[in-house]
Design a protein around this ligand. Structure first.
Ligand code: GLU
Length: 500
């Protein structure tokens, strides 16, 4: 029986954690969450965060996926201390560059009797699989060749017979203390003699390379998705066979959709790129991921990464599935976005404004202070950076091209005499000093209305439609100052014509 203590006792000072993504697709939020938790764990303890690329699946690897992982993690601010682009003492950090290490490990383990060659043919494997399906209870695979003598095994190799290399699972059970889930016990009767090297050679398997690399890289703690819990006994037995102290393991709860099934494209977007493209603020993405299986105090939902790093402890990660709530994510995005300085917000909204074709980069840079004021005026109304173009559109068209939204126009038309009132207001406005503070103009306009015995709404609703065509938005006098007096008067004139 294998009994593992908590390596936090064993390695108090030199914590080394890693993530080991495979570059085979888009950057899934599950990977981002795993990266965030490992990064926070390392930063909390002053340890080292390693990035290793598991690129042994040659058929499915793509350079685009690798580039997206590196760029995505950097964008999130999850800087790694060792790995691609930064190097380190334990490289190379790509598994395809570490094949020699694996071959050496196989030799050592074969010689020590921990592995055996399984000469069974694909047809025999198929028969076994079919029998397994018939059985009521699953039986762990034990190859017929597991008790061949080393000499007999060697003879068959020399005769050119193809073989797979399998682990000889001993009797007993594996027990370990998972940092998240506590005591875990798995009887070996449920663990297959698993394959380290497939028949006919090729790339070694995940359970093998992950242990070989984590050992060689001195990894002391592994936080990873719960789907790997079933692999842990296999990996622990391999550490033991290699005579090495295993890292501590902590298995993070799966990210679940609201239907409590594993988060997938079925219920919504799952990749980091999707949320960036939609204009979610970086801080909100990190904060939201931190909440997937962890909580600060059960109450505070908005917290910085400094706070997360300060308080993160894998022992407090929940065992249950983390429910991915898109509404909460959107709410969090709004919280972050509204806390930004208008100058930062303007920078973050810029790409979305450009891609909607509202203006060119040069035009906006040419009147940047104005653009920042514009953003500030609508900031309250934004949840995502991509919300900006909709609110800003009215400021980028001429008076004649402004579109009146139905709701805004209905609101304007319901006031009798609105055209006359607007006309009188335009004359009044024309008399005000152009540089007047919008708040003062607003107060004076209210007084002007009161003096005429007119209701505020009877002017403000038609005026709002005239200026932006939208039923709601920033303060009207702020809008007038952002549009400029001349443009505002043109828009009022057009509305007067429409109401006539
Ligand atoms: N390549 C594996 C994955 O991305 C690594 C798992 C592990 O951390 O051991 O799921």
């Amino acid at each position: 029986m294998l009994l593992i203590g908590l390596p936090s006792d064993e390695h108090p000072l030199s914590m080394r954690v890693r993530i080991a993504p495979s570059p085979t697709g888009s950057v899934h939020l599950g990977l981002c969450r795993t990266a965030l938790f490992n990064w926070a764990h390392a930063r909390h303890a002053g340890g080292t965060f390693v990035l290793r690329i598991e690129d042994t699946d040659i058929e499915r690897n793509t350079p685009e996926s690798l580039a997206a992982i590196l760029e995505g993690l950097r964008w999130l601010g999850l800087d790694w201390d060792e790995g691609p682009e930064v190097g380190g003492e334990h490289g190379p950090y790509f598994q395809t560059q570490r094949l020699e290490n694996y071959s050496k490990d196989v030799e050592v383990l074969l010689a020590a009797g921990h592995l055996y060659r399984d000469f069974s043919t694909p047809e025999q494997q198929e028969v076994w699989r079919a029998e397994q399906e018939q059985r009521k209870q699953r039986v762990a695979y034990r190859g017929a060749d597991r008790d061949l003598s080393p000499e007999a095994s060697m003879e068959r190799v020399q005769a050119g017979e193809p073989f797979a290399v399998r682990f000889r699972i001993p009797e007993g059970q594996t027990r370990f203390t998972d940092l998240v889930r506590g005591e875990v016990t798995l009887p070996h009767g449920e663990v297959d003699d698993w394959v380290l090297v497939r028949r006919g050679g090729g790339m070694p398997t995940y359970n093998f390379t992950v242990v070989s690399d984590d050992m060689a890289m001195g990894i002391t703690c592994v936080l990873r998705g719960e789907e790997h819990l079933v692999n842990t006994p296999k990996q622990l037995l391999l550490y033991e066979a290699l005579g090495s102290e295993p890292p501590a393991f902590g298995h993070l709860p799966l990210l679940l959709g609201k239907d409590r099934r594993k988060l997938s494209k079925r219920t919504g977007d799952t990749s980091l790129g999707d949320y960036r493209a939609k204009g979610y603020p970086r801080g909100a993405i990190l904060n939201f991921l931190a909440l997937q299986g962890w909580a600060l105090d059960g109450e505070t939902e908005v917290f910085s990464m400094e706070t997360f790093v300060e308080h993160f402890d894998p022992a407090q990660v929940s065992k249950g599935g983390a429910i991915f709530d898109p509404d909460k994510f959107l709410w969090l995005a709004g919280e972050y976005l509204r806390a930004e300085s208008p100058a930062d917000l303007a920078e973050h909204c810029l790409p979305f404004v450009l891609s909607e074709g509202l203006a060119s980069q040069d035009e906006l840079r040419g009147r940047w202070d104005w653009f920042v004021q514009l953003i500030q005026a609508v900031q309250e109304r934004l949840s995502l950076y991509s919300d900006a173009p909709k609110w800003l559109a009215p400021y980028f068209v001429g008076a004649q091209d402004l579109v009146y939204e139905t709701k805004a126009e209905k609101g304007a038309r319901k006031h009798e005499g609105a055209g006359d009132l607007l006309m009188a207001f335009a004359a009044w406005l024309g008399e005000r000093p152009a540089s007047e503070d919008p708040a003062l103009t607003g107060a004076a306009a209210r007084q002007w209305l009161e003096d005429r015995g007119a209701k505020i709404g009877s002017l403000f609703q038609p005026l709002r439609c005239a200026l932006t065509g939208q039923p709601g938005g920033p303060d009207l006098f702020l809008i007038i100052s952002l549009l400029g007096r001349q443009e505002a008067l043109l828009r009022i004139e057009r509305m007067v014509g429409a109401l006539a």
